[in-house]
Structures are given as C-alpha cells and as structure tokens.
Design a binder for this molecule. Structure first.
Ligand SMILES: Cc1cc2nc3c(=O)[nH]c(=O)nc-3n(C[C@H](O)[C@H](O)[C@H](O)COP(=O)(O)OP(=O)(O)OC[C@H]3O[C@@H](n4cnc5c(N)ncnc54)[C@H](O)[C@@H]3O)c2cc1C
Ligand code: SF4
Length: 567
C-alpha cells in the first residue's frame, strides 16, 4: 500500500461535507474561534461561470439538454458539476426487490446549490408524534429546543412567508412574500371552495436585502443557480463567512474514507483520498463532524471499523443505516381552460412557488397516519428546455398552426406535488455492500426499500385531492395512476424526493439510537453527525431548514464542550 500522507497540523475540528449541515457547522465553529479543516469531495463552485441564471436556454451547450440528454434527468440546465442520480465510478446498489434512487452532489455547497429552497419548520407534534399515534419514536428534543435555532437560521439565510397560525406549519422569522401569481389565485380560490388551506409559501429567497446580499430580481431561474446569491446556497452564504474568519481550511477534491479511532477510544482524525493525486491522506483533529449527507455519513461510519467498533464507528446500537426514510411523493397535473383566454402577461417571480398548501387535515381521522403538503406551480414563466415536448406528441403538423397551438396552451397547466411523511420500517435501510467498491476502493452502500400501506394510502389521498382542486378550479385533471404495481397512485420510488434522512438517528436510549440530542455520538463523544442522518421523523416538511437548525444548535454545543475541555 502506498504511504499515507499525514497533515502536520492538528485542527480543532474536521468537518466532512460542505452542504446544508457542513456549511452551517463550518460557519458557527470558525466564528466561535475553532480551527476547522473542511473536507469536500467535490470541486469549488464559481457562480459567475457555473450558474446559468442569465443565459437563454438556447445559448446553452446542447441547448441545455446535455450530452445524451442527461441534463434533463438531473434537473436540467444547471450545468455546474453539481451531482446526479448516478456518479461515474461511485456506484451504489439496491437489494433484490428494492428500488432506491440516491441523488448525490459532489461540489462545494452540495445539494444546496440547486435545492428547491422550500424552507419549512417541523411542527411541535412532529417531535412527539409517536406519543400521539404509537408509530416510530419520539425525538429526544422538543420543538421548543429547536425553535430559537430556526429563528437564527431563518434570520440569517432569509426566508419569506406570512404568519398564518396553522398548527402543522409553524410560523417563523419571515421576510415579506412575493405577490401571488395568476395561477396561485386560481388554486387559492379553488381551495377555499373545498375547504383546503392555501397560504403564501416559505422559501429561502430574499425579498429584501439581508447581510449585503441583494434581493431577488424575479428572474425565476433559481434552479440554474443565482449569481446574485439572492437565494440560499451553502456555497454562497455559509462558506464565505467561515472563510473570512481565517480559521477555515477547505480541502476540495477530498473524498473522506474513514474516521480514525485513537487508542483512547476517541476519534483522532479522518483518512481521505486526494482525488487529484489518488493518494491517501490524513487530517488530525480533536473532533470530527460528519455532514456528508445522511446516507454518505452512514456509509462513513459503517466503513470506519475497529476492534472497539467491529460493525462501524459509534454503532454499538446497530442503528447506523437503519430508520432510513424519504418523503412520500406523488405528482399530478391538470389543464385550466380558462387560462387559454388570458392575454400574455408578466408572470415573473421567484424561482419557485409563491403559494402552497400546508397539511390541512390534522384535526381529522384519516385512513393513513401523519400528513402531507402540496406544492404547486404553473403559468407563463420563461419556457425552459424541452417545454413543448408534450405538445409535439399531442399535436399534428408544424409551422404557424403548431406555433398558434403552443401559444394557446402555454401556461394553462397546473402541476401538483404531494410530499408526505413516511414511517420508518424494518425493510428500509442501508448497509455496506460486501461485493462492491467505488473507484477509490471504498465499499459502497446497498439499499433496501419498501413503502408500507400507510404511504400508499397517503399517495391515493394526494391524487384525490389534486383532482378535487383542479376540478374546483374548473379544470380537467389529466394524471392517471395505477392502483397497484410498482407505483400505486403514482408513489415515487424511494429516494426520488431527495429527502432521505434518519440513518444515524438521535435518541434518549443509546441502545436504539446513535446520537444524543446534540447530534453527538453516544459511543464516541468527539464525533458528531450534522446532516439529515440524526432526524428521528421525516414529517411532511422538507428537511433542510431542520438540518441547518440542528447543525447550528449542535455546533454551539460543540463549541461549549470544546471550551470546557470535554471533547
Ligand atoms: C433538486 C433538489 C431539490 C431539493 N429541494 C429541496 C427543498 O425545496 N427543500 C428542502 O428542504 N430540501 C430540498 N432538497 C434536499 C436538500 O438539498 C438536502 O436536504 C440538503 O442539501 C442536505 O444537506 P446535507 O448537508 O445533508 O447534504 P448535501 O447538501 O448533499 O451536502 C453533502 C456534501 O458532502 C460532500 N460529500 C459527500 N460525501 C463525501 C465524502 N465521502 N467526503 C467528503 N465530502 C463528501 C458532498 O460533495 C456535498 O458537498 C432538494 C434536493 C435536490 C437535489
Ligand atoms: S428568481 Fe431571484 S433568487 Fe432566483 S435566480 Fe432569479 S434573482 Fe436569484
């Protein structure tokens, strides 16, 4: 084996990953005075060059569809080397009978470079839902423990919204929301008719300047990366202040392989592959924060075997990789003929929905546990790549007739996406595949995944609600879904909603959980996990705001413990 190159410097903390969790940790820890080595598997990102906000779709190489059309599969025209469902040389596997899809980023800022920016707080009940219905487990912390950190994150990153007092969707520290668009008003009116709550959405986009970042200029192109940093990405909002402290050493192209355990039973550093030279290197640190994304952090822990932890670091409970969940997702769309008569109008706005439907049936008896929210969109924004593909399949002919039809139908569709809570089940988890390694020689993950009847009934309810709303708006619901087979009621494959969490969950009992309420390993007190892995439940709310609030809180705790000499 080639020689391992050790860094001569001892850092206070080594953080692995620079996404939502790792970026937050790097900011809080460096501002608190600790020296941090940040290992990031991907390259740096250069917004002026890599983000495509200011380009017309037809100016993009391959007209934005990418070589072989793969850009479309991987969220379109955002052409920075940002991530994909499959990364060459870095496979993962699914066990027979399971289909799990894993979207990974390899870039500074991780998946926050092009996330949907939907920033929702979990509700008080989400931390104690097992007490209410007996399913799964409660968190070891409460909403009140996390609420001050939601306040801090929202105030710092900028989230717009309104105060509504809906118990399933707590209010936060909001910037003013953008005005509703025409399609929002149509959906809102339909929702009012059938008793569904529809309110301004909550997105991490600035409608006013915050900390020198410019407000949004409503180009609607967030998904292609915001050059003015008016939406939140860790690369533009968390990493720069950490850099400014002079305490951050960021090492890009550094694929962490294993956390190294010292003779004293504490982590003493991290071994990583320097991708440019394909050599193995080592960082020495007094504490280690894993924030490589929920499943990647589980992989790191499971691959960090020692005499003390033969089944993986901090895994005496056997819970690492278990309790994996994704959001329940089912989509649909309909046509609103009334919109055909609309004159062309300015539909500019933020890159995302201006209104949404929070979980509204929380006070009723439903035939599935927990709940879901609905994201919706439509209307006349700038046509993207592949916008008229469906029309070309439906309409015959070409030239003026086809153009007229495109103008007539453009912007008349409304799409709906339900996002709901999955209950952890014993058939859904990840583990190390004993037979497969990646191109760096690191053993890869194998996924097991199963939806239960709970989630399938939820998807059915989503489809029924989408139809009811579209029909109440005078429209025609177009989506048809099977009632059985691989995707009953349009339920998406596991992982497809990209809200995978729970693989190193926190808990009061070290026998059934990996971390305590501060994301600190029960077994190894100088190891922390600060991404989606610590989440005990995966409620209908998208997880990233909670990942950041937990990382902020845990980093403050880490700072405190470091000051007291407890790590
Ligand atoms: C298209 C899309 C839309 C989304 N929309 C929303 C939304 O609207 N709201 C929401 O809440 N969430 C959304 N998400 C999910 C959100 O992006 C994730 O929840 C969030 O980014 C997770 O943060 P993280 O820190 O755990 O991981 P990531 O952001 O994925 O960051 C992990 C980082 O670790 C690095 N890394 C991985 N492995 C290693 C290794 N071995 N060594 C070193 N570095 C490593 C990666 O390169 C990456 O930079 C969306 C995701 C996508 C892809
Ligand atoms: S819509 Fe606003 S936040 Fe999004 S890319 Fe354009 S300016 Fe940036």
């Amino acid at each position: 084996m080639s020689q391992v190159i050790r860094s001569p410097k001892m850092y206070d903390v080594c953080v692995i990953g620079s996404g939502a969790g790792g970026g937050t940790a790097a900011k809080i820890l460096t501002e608190g005075g600790l020296s941090v080595a940040l290992l990031e598997a991907g390259p740096p990102v250069f917004p002026e060059k890599d983000f495509k906000m200011l380009m017309w779709p037809y100016e993009l190489p391959h007209r934005g569809i990418g070589v072989g059309g793969h850009a479309a599969e991987n969220f379109g025209e955002f052409l920075a080397p940002n991530g994909a469902w499959q990364i060459e040389g870095e496979p993962y596997t699914s066990a027979p009978g399971s289909n799990f899809q894993w979207f990974r980023s390899r870039i500074v800022g991780g998946r926050t470079n092009h996330w949907g920016r939907i920033a929702l707080r979990f509700a008080p009940i989400d931390f104690k839902s097992a007490t209410r219905d007996g399913l799964g487990d409660d968190w070891p912390i409460t909403y009140d423990d996390l609420s001050p950190y939601y306040d801090k994150v929202e105030s710092y990153i900028g989230v717009f919204g309104t105060h509504e007092n809906v118990s399933s969707a707590p209010d936060g520290m909001f910037l003013p929301p953008p005005k509703p668009r025409c399609t929002d008003l149509i959906v809102k009116k339909a929702c009012d008719k059938i008793g569904v709550i529809c309110i301004p959405s909550r997105l991490a986009i600035l409608t006013k300047s915050v900390n020198g970042r410019l407000p949004c200029h409503y180009c609607g192109q967030c998904g292609r990366g915001c050059v003015t940093a008016s939406n939140f990405s860790s690369s533009q909002v968390m990493i720069p202040p950490a850099m400014k402290t002079g305490k951050l050493t960021m090492i890009t192209g550094a694929m962490a392989r294993e956390v190294i355990l010292g003779k004293d039973g504490k982590a003493e550093g991290v071994s990583y592959i320097d991708k440019a030279t394909r050599t193995e290197r080592r960082i020495s640190a007094r504490a280690v924060v894993l924030a490589a994304s929920a499943c990647e952090s589980a992989r790191l822990l499971l691959n960090s075997k020692s005499a003390q932890f033969p089944s993986g670091l901090a895994n005496s409970s056997g819970a690492v990789g278990k309790y994996l969940t994704d959001s329940v997702g089912s989509d649909g769309w309909g046509i609103i003929p009334q919109l055909e008569k609309m004159p062309p109008h300015n539909h500019d706005g933020v890159g995302g929905m201006h209104m949404y439907i929070p979980w509204w049936k929380f006070d009723r008896k439903n035939d599935f546990p927990r709940g879901y929210h609905i994201e919706f969109g439509g209307g006349r924004d700038m046509p993207g790549v592949g916008e008229f593909n469906d029309l070309l399949h439906e309409e015959e002919g070409y030239g003026a007739k086809l153009k007229k039809r495109a103008r007539q139908t453009y912007g008349t569709g409304i799409g709906m996406a339900g996002r709901g809570e999955m209950i952890p089940n014993p058939d859904t988890y990840c583990e190390i595949d004993p037979n497969v390694v990646d191109k760096w020689g690191i053993p890869v993950l194998r996924f097991h995944f199963k939806w239960s009847e709970y989630e399938i009934r939820q998807a059915k309810d989503m489809q029924e609600t989408f139809r009811a709303i579209i029909e109440a708006a005078g429209g025609v619901y177009k989506t048809k879904t099977p009632i059985s087979g691989e995707s009953p009621f349009g339920i998406a494959a596991g992982g497809k909603i990209i809200h995978e969490v729970g693989t190193a969950r926190m808990g009061a009992d070290p026998k059934s959980s990996v971390l305590n309420g501060f994301c600190q390993a029960h077994d190894v007190k100088n190891v922390f996990v600060m991404d989606g892995a610590p989440l005990v439940t995966n409620p209908d709310k998208n997880p990233t705001l909670t990942i950041m609030a937990l990382a902020w809180r845990s980093s403050e705790y880490l700072l405190d413990e470091a000051r007291k000499g407890n790590l």
